[in-house]
Design a protein around this ligand. Sequence first.
Ligand code: G3H
Ligand code: 13P
Ligand code: NA
Ligand code: ZN
Length: 328
Amino acid sequence: ARITLRQLLDHAAEHEYGVPAFNLNNMEQGLAIMAAADATDSPVILQASRGARAYANDVVLAKLIDGLVEIYPHIPVCMHLDHGNNEATCATAIQYGFTSVMMDGSLKADGKTPADYNYNVEITRNVTKMAHWAGVSVEGELGVLGSLESGQGEAEDGHGAEGTLSHDQLLTDPDEAVKFVEATKVDALAVAMGTSHGAYKFTRKPDGEVLAMNVIEEIHRRLPTTHLVMHGSSSVPQDLQDIINQYGGQMKPTWGVPVEEIQRGIKHGVRKINIDTDNRMAMTGQIRKVLTENPSEFDPRKYLKPAMEAMTKLCKQRFEEFNTAGKG
Ligand code: G3H
Ligand code: 13P
Ligand code: NA
Ligand code: ZN
């Protein structure tokens, strides 16, 4: 059954677990996530970006979610818009049956220009007012994702803030967080503490200098009842890098967010953990493997099925690690 983000994260806070929010763009990813949730008895957050909505088509995406909910009627499903950029994208997501929307007002509507505090409050407050009328939850974001190592916003994949950012912008200010939650009435707050989207987050295993989990702890002390969200939380596992590279891929050495850091976050108010890159890598590794080992193969099912299975395995692992398993 469909539930809102607020309902799910209130339960997660009460029972002290985190919920991975997995991005989906197609049927294979949807089936893979649901199979993992079913196998581990976990509630689910499915999230679709604007890019996913454009890729799959809003109508197809909405019917896909209907289908997944129908196949697994016993699984609580929150359908969430990832990184909404203005009021309209949030409103149309609600029209298509999303039970939760993110209004990311940390950036202007172009998705590139860091926005000031007042812009963020104003646009997020508008969305919260509208979404709450419709019984839909809202995630806001304060602070801009990007690397504390380089000061860069998002790299290669073309997402996120452009140019060089200061530590002031890259770390959510706890005082501002208190004011922001009060002013906007968001149900969940995404905070910036050194993570970024994509595979290239850190050039070494991250320590407190580049992954500022202490910021999360401070915000949780100040806002003990606010559900916190970690974006850019793929762990970029070495074994997935290896499979891709073993079968002709060219990923450069890189580090993601260690699972133990996420677990530390879950002890301090983190309830939603966004993961896309790990699943992309899990699928791509298998597709490369099948096509390399069987160059004459051309039936998509022959590589998409192993890809789905690898994604299910990754999702099951995160459900276990975040203690979501058994909470469905
Ligand atoms: O925000 C980043 C997520 O990984 C979604 O990425 O916008 O390419 O679908 P996307
Ligand atoms: P990753 O790129 O680390 O998987 O982060 C995904 C994300 O934050 C989606 O909003
Ligand atoms: Na989100
Ligand atoms: Zn994100």
